[in-house]
Design a protein around this ligand. Sequence first.
Ligand code: HEM
Length: 417
Amino acid sequence: MTCPHLPEGFDATDPDLLSRRVPLPEFAELRRTAPVWWCPQPRGITGFDDEGYWAVTRHADVKYVSTHPELFSSHENTAVIRFNEHIGREQIDVQKLIMLNMDPPEHTRVRQIVQRGFTPRAIRGLETALRTRARAIAEEARGAAAQDPDGAFDFVTRVAVELPLQAIAELIGVPQEDRSRIFDWSNKMVAYDDPEYAITEEVGVEAAMELIGYAMNMAAARKECPAQDIVSQLVAAEGQGNLSSDEFGFFVLLLAVAGNETTRNAISHGMHAFLTHPDQWELYKRERPATTAEEIVRWATPVVSFQRTAAQDTELGGQKIKKGDRIGLFYSSANNDPEVFGNPEVFDITRDPNPHLGFGGGGPHFCLGKSLAVKEIDLIFDALADVLPDLTLAGEPRRLRAAWLNGVKELRVRTAS
Ligand code: HEM
């Protein structure tokens, strides 16, 4: 294996790098010359701290790690450890309450319970409300454009932010009057990596605690008095087959983190991709291919990377991995692997098959909200194609500063009419 040609000090979890671009050329170099590569000095803020990690960049290897939880554990995620630093480990064992950081068999138990809220029937049940929301969001954006002398508006705040928040609120049945508080807490939790938002880590953790408290109260109320909703289904009769109030509180926290910024960025990047590939926007408006949302997620790959920890000594891509070593799974790289995708650099909304790993590598932690996310993306672009068919770019996107997200914080667009 030859030495990769990378910029001095290269680290794909460096927020300064990700605030400028996703390092696709460096990923291509790594896939070619060192597909499992030791990065000695990570800078990721909520990422890998200072320990060093193995960067896994090929599609096949990302899938292998994701589907072998006995070798590669999800326990000990750095973000959770930092959360614990604030609240104190003695108070709550956060590690045991967030499914994203659990391993089988505990993860299997919780996953089986929460899956009830994400059945095709449950998602279909949200469709009418979300379709109406998506239409209203597009119409309000058109109204904002009409008020602006240049016909311009920020797509992220006017369009991409709201539907994912509404979807989670609909899913767990948050009453309308409480939604602005939930949205405020959720936004504070995801934004504190970026200094421009001037939100400190303490504010983020405080918002998380308030959200957890709110959800626990919801759970307690439904236990007293069950209703025909998902919260009641998950918590009603506490025991083997249900969540405790604590578990429900942390599950809602996970939804607010996992389902919010991810879908928002898929929508923002999707719009940017359409506006920079007008042939695809024309095709979408004409035919609305059912394959569109999957290609948007491949193209955007909102979650650049996730991590695992080696649970035992093992081998991967010819490298000896030691128990306790950190592993970075680079979905952005896997989704551009030419071994799997013909012309990965082409945005093609008719791409089929499209075995991208944007929602994870197919193991036990595969994205629980995938069907909901795909539905949201379909509904918002459907509404935009009807209500704002003539959008054009009004500036370059401004990117979020984050260690593992491909984020857009501003995307100026304008209407021609
Ligand atoms: C897990 C991506 C939307 C809920 C994940 C994982 C990824 C991901 C990469 C980790 C997979 C792994 O470790 O193998 C995305 C993307 C989305 C999205 C790109 C939008 C385009 C959503 C939505 C929800 C959601 C809308 C729910 C409202 C979850 C949950 C997990 C998860 C609960 C943890 C599952 C587990 O640990 O078993 N997602 N996600 N996600 N996602 Fe999503």
